[in-house]
Write a new protein. Structure first.
Lengths: 697, 365
């Protein structure tokens, strides 16, 4: 967003704010009355979610939209959260200052990379209705809430504040509110329904923020409630230093100019990720610069040479300098189980599969792709599937066709996985919704509107692979469903129909009812597996029971495999049958000689999960004779799991290596780069940033 | 030759079906029901009877799938139901049986079609008729007009003498579902041939034009694919009175099938072809060459029509050269025509020109 920041700052003196808005409304998100409302809601909700996340609070957000004057499209928007609140002196900075907030400088995944911020909303309200925005906020350590009206003096191009004061903030039930912020704004806007609506935005937000409770009262007074389905907050993300592969010339120039480092050696080691001592040496040699050069002496061509060394255009001994990958703990994926919960609470369906890929790196920026697919239920079967796109947990609602994430979906031949798709191309049809989430420290958009992701080969490949794997999951589910139906039929046959035939025929012939065992074996002529996965309220564990019946006339031997949420930190208990780990999240049991007519149970419990986290265990087998109710092990599937597992290990090893390197070779202690914990928010404006209050601070 | 069976004979035949299932279970095998394959691939010409009958191919319905197992259970329930009716001296319609099956729990029918098919299955396996089973069809028989006289036993058990020209209204004599000797006796006639007609519109046209009297014939309305009783009474009239039967249908693949079922036997009822089919029947029209010769208004063949014609080419009942020629000609033309397309030349054209010309070819006019 620094583009807009600079534009705003440089334009501020010459151009009236109203003019600025008019010129740039298409990428500020205020180009239509309908979209303006979505943008306003989005800015307020994003702020609330971010604040709660930083303060480690489970968010409860209420949004109310009222039509004040339907003829003139005047709308009142109230957004209330239970976040940490904003200290009184900071309210005006947050709401009256453009692009205020630390998130624009830190390199980590954040929602706030998109949008102009809540100040834009204040501006828009003032410009369209002439009304100020009322803000009320309370922090836990103060007894009362602060309130103030923030507005904009369009002649002087300055923010204004009025009616500031303090009051006790009562909840609806009469209790007093502990902490939180409430924004009340009036604007010219239009409330719409459908695919591009406030409702859809909140619904999508709720899917990727399963830890949030969102309540929305629409203009007709209807209350929409998306409940919280997990108590788990998103992982706290670490800031990282930039990686040399992702640096641009301007940025490098600025970093060098602002550097307080002793010399180039220290500069390289202190300010970049992925630069070990060895890499530091290689970079210096490739750039033909002495490591002991003082930073002030590095200018012009030196900087260009250094950048070329960064980018591997200048070589060290015929090779680009060997850099480590950037660490990936700066990313906060939603995680498979939570996506599953988010999707399931929002869309009624029969089947959900989700997948979080191991983080990868493109141009020095860590990124991670997550996908989810939900199938069946009440969704329409003859329409294109619903595509739910997200970048850093923010819903993307416009420009679907031009987005990389859509293209990744379109590049898959979904017909082989059980969805309709004309010619194996384009958006597939069927009762399904597909979710794609890109988490990245640097999300590249096609335009300033920030609604579609720009093409990127590596991201595309990751997304595609994720889709393929998910597609396999869908196909397996559909096959399993068919098989289960068949099994159910067979059981009905031997348990109900066959005894009835025996009885009725005996009665008609006036003979004794015959023995059925022989006929049953001949009819079933199969090995059958059934499994149950249930939440045990008392033990707070998930109990899994897998049964295997041998209804054939010979003894059978199998290896039975089952999937379990190892990635999510679950542990396996009371597993009497033993077995061994086959791969990440796949356990295997060897069953010797299951005799004709014999049944065997495998039971175990999973600890460390919440109710609803794990509801379906996939049972697989290795063996010659088919097992009805289980899937034959696809060794390719296993290979992919192992490959991802290896990648994850490599990442950890890389990081370990990086740490060792630095500790051993560098005596200079590195300044720790960590996120400040914010129990009570301390808000300071970034240096050198102008505000609408005329550049004070 | 099929004939009615006594209740004891019928029960014994049904018990053989039950015993097949029972014995298989005793042997530790899935129960089965063996019946002939009922497709065109398993019908062959019976020289002695002059009709097409099922061949030797057998299909075994065994209880290894839920669907077949349910069929077996239903068959047992039907057997029990028939035994009860035989003992009580009652009868029921197939539709009534379908509703009665509601009480059979796991053995209840999913659709009326299933119960009809199962009744036919039992007929085939036991070589009994459904009249033996005391099961009546829902289908109503044909209408007949012409100077012929028969005797029908009414529901009070009295014999009524009916002349199908003088004793009936414009809709003609309605053929009942049972046309066996116990119900109907053919007494006398003063006609030269019987003409079976596919559509009600054409039947009424010929009556209005007085065709039956002008050409001394009996007119029979088939109502599309003719019911068993319609085919049966045609056969009886043809045999007992030694009358030629001509069949006047639309000119399309489906009419060819109707003719085949009249003259050679239907695939579905090939087990009783000798009882229903009239091998001496002649196809009068509309033929494929009529469409050209009379320049009749016609429709393009649909995809289904073409499929049906192609299927007929490999149907043994259409194996003779005349039929092969007709079918190929229709495929080449790509056209079909209705009986009533003859109205192109006026309402009387069919009775004054078309039928006289066609009948003259057969020496009947």
């Amino acid at each position: 967003m620094s583009g807009i920041a600079q534009k705003l700052a440089s334009n501020q003196k010459q151009v009236a704010i109203s003019e600025f808005f008019e010129k740039n409304k298409h990428f500020l998100g205020f180009d239509s009355l309908a979209r303006s409302l979505i943008t306003a809601v989005k800015e307020a909700v994003d702020n609330a979610l971010d604040a709660c996340e930083e303060a480690r609070i489970l968010p409860t957000i209420k949004i109310q939209i009222t039509k004040l004057d339907p003829k003139k499209d005047i709308i009142k928007l109230v957004v209330e959260d239970n976040g940490p609140g904003i200290p009184q002196k900071s309210i005006e900075k947050v709401f009256g200052q453009l692009l205020f907030g630390s998130r624009f400088h830190a390199i980590r995944q954040s929602r706030g990379q998109q949008g102009i911020g809540i100040t834009g909303v204040v501006m828009y309200c003032q410009l369209t209705t002439g009304r100020t925005t009322h803000v009320r906020s309370k922090i836990a350590t103060e007894p009362t809430a602060a309130f103030v009206d923030i507005g904009l003096d369009t002649r002087k191009n300055k923010a204004t504040k009025a009616n500031a004061g303090r009051e006790i903030w009562y909840n609806e039930d009469g209790s007093s509110k502990e902490h939180g912020t409430e924004v009340t704004a009036q604007m010219k806007a239009k409330y719409q329904k459908g695919r591009q609506s406030v409702w859809q935005y909140l619904r999508m937000t709720s899917i990727v923020n399963p830890h949030a409770e969102i309540i929305f009262v629409d203009p007709e007074g209807e209350k929409h409630h998306w409940s919280r389905v997990t108590e788990r907050l998103p992982t706290k993300v670490e800031s990282i230093k930039p990686h040399p592969h992702g640096i641009e010339l301007g940025q490098l120039q600025r970093m060098i100019a602002e550097s307080n480092d002793l010399n180039l050696n220290h500069f390289l080691l202190n300010n970049f990720s992925g630069v070990t001592n060895r890499a530091r040496k290689e970079l210096c040699q490739a750039a033909e610069l002495e490591g002991t050069r003082k930073m002030k002496t590095i200018k012009g061509d030196d900087i260009r040479n250094l950048l070329e060394a960064f980018q591997g255009e200048r070589l060290f001994k015929g090779q680009p300098a060997k850099l480590l990958k950037p660490p990936t703990n700066c990313l906060s994926p939603i995680e498979e189980i939570l996506i599953k919960k988010g999707l399931s609470k929002t869309i009624d369906s029969r089947f959900v599969t989700t997948l979080t890929r191991v983080p990868n790196v493109t141009q020095g920026n860590p990124f991670q792709v997550e996908v989810g697919l939900i199938f069946g239920g009440t969704m329409a079967g003859d329409k294109p599937v619903e595509i739910l796109r997200f970048a850093n947990r923010v819903p993307l609602m416009y420009q679907q066709g031009g987005c990389l994430l859509t293209k990744a979906i379109e590049s898959v031949d979904w017909r082989q996985y059980g969805l309709e798709q004309a010619g194996g191309k384009g958006v597939p049809k069927g009762p399904a919704a597909i979710l794609v989430h890109l988490a990245s420290t640097n999300v590249q958009f096609t335009s300033e509107a920030k609604e579609a992701l720009a093409d990127n080969g590596e991201v595309m490949e990751e997304a595609r692979k994720a889709m393929l794997e998910m597609g396999r999951g869908l196909r397996k589910h559909l096959e399993k469903k068919k098989k289960m139906a068949k099994t159910k039929e067979k059981f009905e046959l031997i348990n109900d129909i066959l005894p009835a035939i025996a009885e009725k025929s005996a009665q008609l012939l006036d003979r004794p009812v015959p023995e059925l065992a022989g006929s049953i074996t001949k009819i079933m002529s199969a090995v059958i597996s059934e499994s149950t996965t249930v939440w045990n309220k008392e033990t707070k564990m998930v109990d899994v029971d897998i049964v295997l019946f041998n209804y054939t006339s010979r003894a059978r031997a199998y290896t039975i495999l089952a999937t379990w949420p190892e990635k999510s930190g679950a542990t396996m208990e009371s597993n009497e049958t033993g077995g061994r780990k086959e791969a990440l999240g796949v356990w295997a049991w060897k069953l010797e000689a299951l005799q004709p007519g014999e049944r065997k149970n495998i039971t175990y419990s999973l600890r460390g999960l919440e109710r609803g986290d794990w509801t379906d265990t996939e049972v697989l087998f290795r063996g010659s004779q088919d097992v009805i109710g289980a899937t034959k092990m696809d060794e390719k599937f296993l290979q992919e799991i192992r490959r991802q597992e290896q990648l994850e290990l490599d990442n950890v090893a890389d990081e370990a290596e990086a740490n060792n390197d630095v500790e051993q070779l560098e005596a200079t202690p590195l300044e720790p780069v960590s996120e400040q914990h914010i129990p009570e928010p301390v808000v300071t404006p970034p240096e050198g940033q102008r505000t609408l209050f005329g550049g004070e601070n | 030759m099929s004939r009615m069976h006594t209740p004891e004979e019928t029960k014994a035949a049904m018990h053989e079906v039950v015993a097949e299932m029972y014995d298989r279970i005793v042997k530790g095998e899935p129960p089965t029901m063996t019946l002939p394959v009922r497709t065109k691939n398993n019908i062959g010409f019976d020289k002695k009877l002059g009709v097409y009958k099922y061949g030797k191919k057998q299909s075994i319905r065994d209880a290894t799938s839920l669907g077949s197992a349910k069929q077996l259970l239903r068959a047992l329930h039907v057997v029990e139901f028939i035994e009860e009716m035989l003992d009580a001296g009652k009868s029921s319609t197939l539709r009534e049986m379908y509703y009665i099956s509601e009480a059979w729990g796991l053995g209840k029918f999913g659709s009326q079609n299933e119960s009809n098919n199962l009744a036919e299955d039992l007929e085939i396996v036991t070589k009994c008729l459904r009249e033996d089973f005391k099961l009546r069809p829902e289908e109503d028989g044909a209408r007949m007009i012409g100077n012929l006289t028969l005797r029908e036993r009414n529901r009070r058990g009295e014999w009524m003498r009916i002349n199908a020209r003088d004793d009936v209204g414009d809709s003609g004599y309605g053929v009942p579902y049972n046309v066996e000797l116990e119900k109907i006796e053919l007494l006398e006639h003063d006609i030269d041939f019987i003409m079976a007609i596919e559509t009600g519109g054409m039947f009424d046209r010929l009556i209005e034009n007085g065709f039956d009297e002008d050409y001394r014939c009996g007119l029979l309305h088939l109502k599309g694919q003719p019911a068993r009783s319609t085919r049966r009474i045609m056969k009886r009239m043809s045999e007992e009175w030694d009358l030629p039967v001509v069949v006047f249908l639309d000119g399309d693949p489906w009419s060819f099938r109707i003719f085949a079922s009249i003259a050679y036997g239907a695939i579905k009822t090939a087990h009783i072809s000798e009882y229903l089919a009239t091998p001496s029947a002649t196809y009068l029209g509309i033929t494929a060459d009529d469409i050209l010769a009379y320049d009749l208004p016609s429709d393009d063949l649909s995809k289904k029509d073409v499929e049906a014609l192609n299927a007929e080419l490999s149907d043994p009942r259409f194996a003779d050269s005349w039929w092969q020629e007709q079918i190929n000609m229709m495929l080449e033309l790509g056209k079909k025509a209705e009986q009533q397309s003859l109205a192109k030349y006026g309402l009387d054209f069919v009775t004054e020109t078309y039928l006289p010309e066609k009948l003259a070819e057969l020496g009947l006019a």
